[in-house]
Design a protein around this ligand. Structure first.
Ligand code: F3S
Length: 389
């Protein structure tokens, strides 16, 4: 991989340990994936924020970077954390809360924006073909496929290295030829709600691995539906992007057909319980403004059932913009958790045994990460289970 003179100086440690470490990470990755050079990025999005999934050693690395004076060179946002200070922070053990806060402090020192969301695309607009280094898999797929930006699926450390250097290796879907579809998918199943879109993603991710699909048969999908689809796709597969309803060359490609039975059996496999949920959760990936409005509308003047927790997750940014909606949702007895990911929070420590959600991604991870049984169903059914008649 070609390095400029300036990049070589950084690599050799002439600008300090933190820069050198980050440059080493990027060069190693570039070599692994046949990059010819590093290219400037406009925006990095860093994952690995929750103490629950991060653990102690990575905190030492973050502390070392911050102590060495590392600062991000481009706009850099953060994935969700494990708790909010208003609600979960008061219920969880103090030791966990303080570890979580110390992680955020290290990112603060590096000038990373405390966006705490897996839907950074609701914060700022991306330009067509802009180069990014995003680490949240669902956001990566959305950026490439829906927004027309370019980002590989970074890990937390490589996204942070890119943020500090301001560059990423020129490989993968940054390169035109690597964005062409290599499998053709015909969706014959009628998709009527966000949960079915998520299930389609889970189903295809399992059979496609890293391939990029050209998908036919999605009838005017909403952006929220595409968000669920991409999140599912990235959960079970390594695909970075999909093409949908656009005339891309798909002749001669391997063909996959998805039928209604595939979607039904995927939803069934992600439902492990028939008992009543003790937590009903919406907001994976984080809710958009119009999803919050819809929840407000559907729950107006209603009350959350006794013995059920109702959580809605969104970014701090959207929650701040929609204080009135947040107030109304909380008036029902529900909790609007800003900047939190339920999957990487300690629901099991709060006694949650069964989670009901409209998100196929949450239903996929919850049995292992939350040690919970799951019920996967569309938003309206979730609300029916959470609210009094
Ligand atoms: Fe976001 Fe957590 Fe779901 S990071 S995509 S809410 S698993």
């Amino acid at each position: 991989m070609h390095l400029t003179r300036e990049e070589e100086r950084i690599y050799d440690g002439e600008t300090g340990w933190a820069n050198q470490k980050c440059m080493q990470i990027l060069v190693r990755l570039g070599e692994l994936f046949d990059a010819d050079k590093l290219i400037p990025i406009e925006w990095a999005h860093v994952s690995g924020v929750s103490y629950k999934t991060l653990g102690d050693y990575p905190i030492e690395y973050l502390e070392a970077l911050a102590q060495a004076g590392a600062k991000v060179k481009v706009k850099t946002t953060l994935n969700p954390q494990s708790m909010d200070e208003r609600y979960l922070g008061r219920k969880l053990p103090k030791a966990l809360v303080s570890k979580q806060l110390s992680i955020l402090e290290q990112f603060d020192k590096m000038n990373v924006e405390r966006s705490l969301t897996c839907t950074p695309y609701y914060l700022h607009k991306t330009r067509l073909n802009s180069h990014l280094a995003w680490a949240e898999s669902s956001a990566t797929v959305y950026a490439n496929s829906v927004l027309g930006a370019r980002t590989n699926r970074e890990g937390g450390p490589s996204a942070l290295a890119s943020a500090i250097i301001g560059k990423t290796p020129n490989c993968g879907v940054h390169v035109d030829e690597k964005r062409t579809p290599n499998v053709s998918v015909k969706v014959e199943a009628p998709l009527r709600n966000e949960t079915q879109f998520g299930a389609l993603g889970i189903h295809l991710g399992k059979i496609m691995g890293e391939k990029i699909p050209a998908i036919r048969g999605l009838k005017n999908p909403s952006r929220n539906a595409l968000k669920q689809f991409g999140a599912g796709l990235a959960t079970t597969g390594m695909t970075n992007m999909f093409h949908y309803n656009v005339p891309v060359q798909s002749k001669g490609l391997e063909e996959i057909t998805v039928e209604a039975a595939d979607i039904e059996s995927t939803i069934e496999s992600l439902t492990t319980s028939s008992s009543k949920p003790d937590l009903v959760f919406l907001g994976c990936p984080h809710c958009s403004a119009n999803e919050l409005k819809l929840i407000e509308h559907l729950t107006e003047d209603r009350k959350v059932k006794h013995g059920v927790e109702f959580w809605v997750c969104t970014s701090c940014h959207i929650a701040k913009k929609m204080r009135n909606t947040v107030r109304k949702i909380e008036k029902t007895g529900g909790h609007l958790l800003e900047g939190v990911c339920t999957v990487v929070s300690w629901t099991e420590k709060l006694g949650v045994k069964t989670i009901m959600t409209n998100s196929a991604k949450t239903a996929y991870y919850a049995p292992t990460l939350n040690k919970a049984q799951t019920i996967l169903a569309p938003m309206k059914q979730c609300l029916k289970a959470a609210f009094e008649e």
